[in-house]
Design a protein. Sequence first.
Length: 290
Amino acid sequence: MADEPSIHPDRPVGHQQRGPVVMRRKQVQQSTSEQRLLDSRGPSDWVHTDPWRVLRIQSEFIEGFGMLAELGAAISVFGSARTKPDDPMYQAAEELARKLVASGYAVITGGGPGVMEAANKGASEAGGVSVGLGIELPFENGLNEWVDIGMNFRYFFTRKTMFVKYAQGFVVMPGGFGTLDELFEALTLAQTRKVTSFPVVLFGTSYWGGLADWLRETMLADGKISAADLDMFTITDSVDEAVSYIIKAAELADAAAEEAASTAAQQVAEAENPAARERREERRLGSDGS
């Protein structure tokens, strides 16, 4: 086959540049990488391989982080997708979301129907930021209409990372297995110090009371958890009490952060001032009677 005219007249025929690589004579290829990519009609099995799944997982983290990076203070609200609009819990979730927005919080839900829809509705109608983090399921129909910022995830674990990373607290309404999964994920991360402790509110004493009793009378009694673990959550039937608990926890966290910063600054100053460090040591020795 005769050589076609080169589009680079200053380069000899039989010379090819592939990025930083130079190809000459018999090594010259008659098509470009892009042409081979776009013309390819090969097997599609590669989209189901683990390396490709890793890239999809990575893309979910990137998109989720990018979407929520500037969200600000937010509370994640969990609860059943089966809760109907005439259920008191649906109405409570709406009211809760409105009052969270009034207190300066965005509201994050799983983006589905039921309690999630109610919380998104309350937040959106109150003029706040209503976030929905959906999940691909065979029986779900996508994000509810009250989601203002939303994303559908393929993988539960990437979605749960977003719930935890961008929330300053959790309100857990009555729900099923998915709600329990989200609740115990949050409690486990706090218990193991994987995240800074945050307020967890279980809404509905008649619904959650039996679980709390079992944790106390069975798990604690058998030594599987400590008494302090039961202080990681509170149970209430009051929307106002739930919001107040969250606000108080935020105030305590801010105060603790300020105290830690002050202590760190003092330690740095004393490290640079040996005399101040010696005086502190003298005070310590005097106080313990040494």
